[in-house]
Design a protein. Structure first.
Length: 268
């Protein structure tokens, strides 16, 4: 899976960087998404692979801290970028005459920078909160990477509630972004259905449906992993959920975005 993610995202980065026909806002954001995917899966999986090969389950305190910081940074930035990509598709389909003005190179650069900056701030907040909590329930994290809910289970004080509130705040922000994405697509699909040409409708749907599929997978699995009730918590279920929100999206994103995109397939 890791090699597939490296190959898929690496090919998309190379194709967009080398083909001048793909130097437009949609592919600029896709380039950023592939970089984030490549980095996020490289934060968790290689350490797990190394532990498996060397028959150990150890990770240092600083290594765990780095994993949580980088994972929150990259995942938060990715979701912000998916929100920006929804806005890009909304402008392209619903306001095509204003697309060149609203989505010029400067505006695209600012939106991409804002997505990365929001991820950084979210990561600082969660990492600082999580590692300021005293842990006294052992030091075994029952996951293949350092995951905040698993670390909170090791807490021995009520201080963990502070991080729970921060998690709830972040999830509310993610939900707000998700609502924005859904409303954008409601308007997009309404506009697409008014297109008289069947070929035009197919082109619009092929651009939008993959993005919506990625967002839905990301949101549903991530929310379930962090908000599931303790009664259905088990090592196997937690492992499956972690794979679905941390490993699967970076792997399937290149396939989803390139499968029905003729320009990208031609560049590849």
């Amino acid at each position: 899976i890791y090699l597939a993610a490296l190959l898929g995202n690496g090919l998309i980065i190379a194709a967009i960087a080398c083909d001048h026909h793909l130097h437009n806002p949609m592919y600029f954001f896709l380039l950023n998404l592939s970089i984030l995917d490549l980095c996020s899966i490289s934060t968790t999986v290689p350490k797990s692979m190394a532990n498996s090969l060397w028959d150990t389950r150890a990770i240092s305190y600083s290594g765990c801290l780095a994993q949580i910081f980088l994972f929150f940074f990259l995942i938060s930035a990715e979701f912000s970028l998916l929100t920006v990509m929804a806005y890009d598709r909304f402008v392209a389909i619903c306001q095509p005459l204003h697309y060149g003005t609203l989505m010029d190179s400067r505006a695209c650069g600012k939106m991409a920078a804002a997505a990365w900056a929001s991820g950084f701030l979210n990561a600082v907040l969660h990492t600082g909160n999580t590692f300021s909590i005293p842990l006294c329930q052992g030091n075994a994290v029952e996951q293949f990477f350092c995951e905040v809910p698993k670390l909170l289970k090791l807490s021995c004080s009520d201080a963990y509630l502070r991080e729970v509130w921060v998690l709830l705040f972040s999830i509310c922000l993610f939900f707000g972004c998700f609502v924005f994405i859904v409303l954008s697509y409601v308007q997009i699909f309404a506009s697409v259905l008014r297109i008289p040409s069947e070929q035009g409708q197919q082109k619009a749907f092929s651009m939008c449906l993959p993005h919506l599929a990625v967002v839905s997978l990301f949101v549903t699995t991530g929310t379930f992993a962090y908000l599931k009730p303790p009664s259905i918590s088990s090592t196997f279920v937690d492992l499956v959920m972690a794979v679905l929100y941390a490993v699967l999206p970076p792997t399937v994103n290149p396939l989803i975005y390139s499968m029905r995109n003729k320009e990208l397939k031609k560049a590849l």
